[in-house]
Design a protein around this ligand. Structure first.
Ligand SMILES: Cc1cc2nc3c(=O)[nH]c(=O)nc-3n(C[C@H](O)[C@H](O)[C@H](O)COP(=O)(O)OP(=O)(O)OC[C@H]3O[C@@H](n4cnc5c(N)ncnc54)[C@H](O)[C@@H]3O)c2cc1C
Ligand SMILES: NC(=O)c1ccc[n+]([C@@H]2O[C@H](COP(=O)([O-])OP(=O)(O)OC[C@H]3O[C@@H](n4cnc5c(N)ncnc54)[C@H](OP(=O)(O)O)[C@@H]3O)[C@@H](O)[C@H]2O)c1
Length: 472
């Protein structure tokens, strides 16, 4: 494993250094260097320990983690946390830069990074206290019978782990809402009659709507539910099975490794909203990342994986559509192509971006504009283009698909040259609206009937030239 190679390498270096330094370190003034290397080694040792604990805990959990979600693929250290939106505009999108710490990872622009978020330590303590558990107890967890196959195929040994660590790494106690079955089970463990009755009602078909309002709509957490029903005393075995698993979160990689060696960047919408009962809620992972300071030595466990957007070769013309945080993978593509274009001719790129207001959430404005200038990969001179739809800067909505229709000739020209289409962003109606716009464009500019245009685009998709990565 790459990670191990790093460790051996550093360990060898320190041995050599120590030999030469035993005599001369004071004279040579190498103490600061030695200290730094020692710190690096202890960090790597700490990370190895954390990596093993994550592996042990998550491989034991009944939560449905795939095998490669047990031990993290790498650890990242945040080096930049920069708002991309105007403060107070009602939207908070951040640009995060991370450095690899445990090992250098090879990734490609357009890929996806999965992050394991940290839970609020006070909330974990409160959960442990509420459930009268011993945080320091060493435990092993045995998955239910039917999951034993997974356990046997797992190469990570079952090792006793501190209960608090297990909860922290596998059980989402203070962010996700529990399922209906959780209410059914805890109703058996409620000793106060009025609590039992309410829980039984929530678990019944008649109580479905009220449960939805109380639980899902309010994004009530396990900890909050248990605090609302103080007579419930649940055995830990049940909690382990019923508390929602702590999930990793996916983010499109917004950097090119060629432009930023040893780094990976993300473009993250910091999720927050107010519930019908005016409770402030926020996304576990995005809020945790947003609160991290680059000066803190906090290491983010992460996994790299291929997304649905393959890195296009330099000779392939591109039509990119990425409103909001959908622009993330295309920042990586444009960086990549800018580097390629320094040594070779590259095919044109057209990018359609959309945001609410020019002044508030025009993400990476300077970046796109500089690449649209003379000679840039998005420049008209190179056959490319950059078009922005500001949806809320005028009375009627203007979306990326409006800008596409306005530029239908340029789009058809690139499609006729064999361009690939990439669509990324929020999954509401955007991807289907964008597809409709393409159908209109192909029909009008290509002189085809609507049905033929639909078939034409389906063929494009089948040929692997129409890619969509959408999320909610
Ligand atoms: C392949 C892929 C790539 C992605 N790329 C990016 C990216 O580049 N940038 C990015 O910002 N996101 C991206 N996402 C989306 C991101 O993974 C999710 O938004 C993720 O849930 C954020 O994690 P979190 O812990 O901050 O929020 P969570 O704790 O997971 O909370 C998010 C959940 O909160 C609820 N919620 C959110 N807003 C509201 C609301 N207004 N009202 C009611 N409920 C609400 C929804 O149930 C939502 O699923 C991507 C997703 C995928 C699958
Ligand atoms: N649950 C919600 O209510 C809600 C709402 C928004 C965002 N979010 C969260 O915010 C995250 C990221 O948001 P984001 O920054 O990527 O995107 P965003 O800010 O929600 O949207 C980016 C731009 O796309 C526009 N848009 C909306 N519907 C569209 C459509 N059908 N076709 C084309 N463009 C459309 C938006 O316009 P308008 O907004 O002006 O319509 C905006 O200008 C989402 O993943 C989601 O978690 C949640």
């Amino acid at each position: 494993m790459l990670c191990l190679a790093w460790e051996i390498l550093v360990t060898r270096n320190i041995i050599l250094l120590r030999r030469s330094l035993t005599k001369d370190w004071q004279i040579l003034g190498l103490w600061p260097l030695l200290k730094k290397v020692w710190e690096m080694i202890s960090t790597l040792q700490d990370l190895k320990w954390i990596e093993m604990q994550i592996g042990w805990a998550r491989s034991m959990s009944p939560g449905k983690f795939t095998h490669d979600k047990t031990r993290p693929g790498c650890f990242l250290k945040m080096i930049k946390n920069q708002p991309l939106t105007r403060a107070g505009c009602g939207k908070d999108v951040r640009h995060f830069e991370f450095e690899f710490v445990s090992s250098v990872i090879e990734y490609v622009a357009g890929g996806v990074l999965e992050v394991l978020p940290s839970q609020d330590s006070a909330a974990v303590d409160a959960f442990i206290q509420r459930c009268s558990l011993d945080p320091d107890a060493l435990i092993t967890v045995h998955p239910r019978e039917k999951d034993n196959h997974f356990l046997h195929t797992c190469t990570i040994a079952k090792v006793p782990i501190k209960l608090k660590t297990f909860v922290e790494l596998t059980m989402d106690v203070a962010s996700a809402s529990p399922r209906r079955y959780f209410f059914e089970v805890i109703s058996y463990y409620a000793t106060a009659p009025h609590e039992k009755e309410r829980l039984q009602y929530f678990a019944s078909p008649e109580g479905r709507d009220d449960l939805y309002q109380y639980n899902q709509k309010e994004r009530r957490t396990v900890l909050e539910v248990l605090e609302d029903f103080p007579s419930v005393k649940m055995p830990f075995e049940w909690l382990v099975q019923l508390v929602p698993p702590l999930k990793t979160r996916a983010f499109s990689i917004s950097s090119s490794p060629s432009a930023h060696p040893n780094q990976v960047h993300l473009t993250v919408d910091v999720v927050s909203w107010t519930t019908p009962f005016k409770r402030k809620r926020s996304g576990l992972c995005s809020m945790w990342l947003a609160k991290l300071h680059p000066e803190q030595s906090i290491y983010v466990p992460a996994w790299f994986r291929k997304g649905t957007l393959p890195l296009p070769p330099p000779s392939l013309p591109l039509i990119l559509i990425g409103p909001g945080t959908g622009c993330a993978p295309f920042r990586g593509f444009v960086e990549e192509r800018a580097i390629q274009s320094e040594s070779n001719a590259t095919a044109p790129v057209i990018f359609f971006f959309g945001c609410r207001n020019e002044e508030n959430d025009f993400l990476y404005r300077d970046f796109w504009l500089s690449h649209s200038q003379e000679g840039g990969v998005l420049s008209e001179a190179k056959g490319g283009g950059f078009f922005v739809a500001f949806s809320r800067d005028q009375p009627q909505k203007v979306y990326v698909q409006h800008k596409m229709r306005e530029n239908s000739r340029a789009i058809w020209k690139l499609l006729s040259k064999g361009a690939a289409v990439y669509v990324a962003g929020s999954s509401t109606k955007m991807p289907s609206d964008v597809l409709s716009a393409f159908e209109d464009i192909v029909s009008t500019e290509g002189g085809l009937s609507k049905e033929s245009a639909v078939r034409w685009l389906r063929a494009l998709e089948k040929a692997g030239s129409y890619h969509v990565e959408a999320w909610s």
